[in-house]
Design a protein around this ligand. Structure first.
Ligand code: BMA
Length: 329
C-alpha cells in the first residue's frame, strides 16, 4: 500500500466510487459544486485552491468578473463542498503596506509551509507571469516579488522545502493560448530569488491527450514512494484545445526526475458541466486534499472555465494505475 505523508483530514469531502464506474478517478455525484454567478461580483468561479482551515476549509478562488477579468477572492466552507465567498477581492499589500493589487489574477494555488500560507497565481507584468504572496490569517495578504519574467502562467509550489529550498513547478510559455508547454521547476531560498531550473517533463509521448502541452495541477502530494503530481494535459483538436488530467510520480529528493507518468488520462471532459460552458472541454485541477490516515484524495478542478467540481481517488489506486500504464518517455 502506498502511503501519503502528511496530515490526517478526517472531514475530507468524500464519496465512494459509484457502482459501474471503472475509472481510477471518479466524480462527485452532485457536481458541479459551484455554478454560474455564485455571488454578486463573480460570473464564474473555477480553477481554485482549497486547504484545511480550523475545523473546516478555506480557499483562494479564481473569480471571473462580468467584465471578463479574473480576480482572487477568499472562500470558506465547513464541509469543503458548499462555499461562502468574500464579496471583495483579496487586498494585496507589499511588505510596506502599499497597494500591490494585480490588474488580474488567476489559477491560484495555496500551500502551507512552516505556518505560512503561500499563494501563487498568474498575474501581469508586461505579460503573464507568476505572482507570489503570503498570508497567515486569510485576512491580510502580503505580495512578494513576481517569481519569473514573462511569459509563465502556471506556478505550483511543493508543500514543503526540499533540501532546504522552496521548489516551484512552472511552465514557460508565450502570450495568448500557448500551443506548447513543458513542466519545469525552480528553486528559491527566500521565495524571492529563483534559480537552479530543471526540466521535469514534456508534452507528448504515446498519449495524444497530452500532445500539445502539460502543466502542473495541485501542489504535489508527498507519498512514501515519491511526490504524486496531478497535471493537466492538453490535446489540440480542429475545434480547439481539450484539457484532461493525469498524474506523475516524482523523485522525493530530486523532484525533476519522473518515476512514472500517466499513459492514459485519469479524467477527461465527458459530463455536461465539463463539455459546455464558457470554454467547453476543460478539466483543470488546482487543488487536492489528501488524508494521510486513509489515503483518500479529493481533487478540486475547474470545469469548462465555468464551474468548480470535485473528483475522488486514493493514493494507492493512482500509483497502481500509473505504474501499470506508464507513459514511455
Ligand atoms: C489555460 C488557463 C486556464 C484555463 C485553460 C483553458 O491557459 O488560462 O485558466 O482553464 O487555459 O481555457
Amino acid at each position: 500500500m502506498s502511503k501519503i505523508i502528511g496530515k490526517s483530514i478526517p472531514n475530507l469531502p468524500w464519496q465512494e466510487r459509484p457502482q459501474g464506474c471503472t475509472g481510477t478517478v471518479w466524480r462527485y455525484q452532485q457536481n458541479p459544486i459551484i455554478g454560474w454567478n455564485p455571488f454578486k461580483a463573480a460570473a464564474r468561479v473555477y480553477n481554485s485552491a482549497v486547504v484545511p482551515w480550523q475545523d473546516g476549509f478555506i480557499g483562494v478562488f479564481r473569480c471571473d468578473y462580468k467584465n471578463g477579468r479574473p480576480h482572487l477572492h477568499v472562500g470558506r466552507s465547513q464541509d469543503g463542498i458548499s462555499w461562502q465567498f468574500e464579496e471583495h477581492m483579496i487586498d494585496w499589500r507589499d511588505k510596506d503596506g502599499n497597494d500591490a493589487q494585480p490588474s488580474y489574477a488567476y489559477d491560484p494555488r495555496v500551500v502551507e509551509i512552516e505556518g505560512r500560507y503561500i499563494v501563487t497565481w498568474c498575474t501581469d507584468y508586461h505579460g503573464a507571469t507568476l505572482g507570489v504572496g503570503v498570508t497567515e490569517d486569510f485576512v491580510h495578504f502580503t505580495r512578494l516579488e513576481n517569481a519569473t519574467v514573462p511569459f509563465n502562467r502556471n506556478g505550483v509550489l511543493f508543500p514543503r522545502k526540499i533540501n532546504g529550498e522552496y521548489v516551484m513547478l512552472n511552465r514557460p510559455s508565450d502570450s495568448g493560448h500557448t500551443p506548447f508547454g513543458d513542466v519545469f521547476l525552480s528553486h528559491s531560498r527566500d521565495l524571492e530569488y529563483w534559480g537552479k531550473h530543471r526540466h521535469v517533463m514534456g508534452k507528448g509521448g504515446l498519449g495524444w491527450w497530452q500532445g500539445t502541452k502539460v502543466g502542473a495541477g495541485p501542489a504535489p502530494i508527498e507519498t512514501d514512494e515519491g511526490w504524486l503530481m496531478f497535471y493537466h494535459g492538453v490535446s489540440g483538436t480542429c475545434n480547439g484545445l481539450v484539457y484532461s488530467f493525469g498524474a506523475a510520480l516524482l523523485d522525493l529528493n530530486e523532484p525533476w526526475k519522473v518515476l512514472y507518468r500517466s499513459r492514459d488520462y485519469l479524467l477527461t471532459p465527458e459530463e455536461d458541466y465539463e463539455t459546455r460552458g464558457f470554454v467547453p472541454n476543460v478539466a483543470f485541477p488546482c487543488a487536492a486534499l489528501a488524508d494521510a490516515a486513509t489515503g483518500r484524495i479529493a481533487i478540486y478542478y475547474g470545469a469548462a472555465d465555468t464551474y468548480s467540481a470535485l473528483a475522488f481517488t486514493t493514493a494507492d489506486q493512482v500509483l497502481t494505475e500509473i505504474k501499470t500504464n506508464s507513459e514511455v518517455f
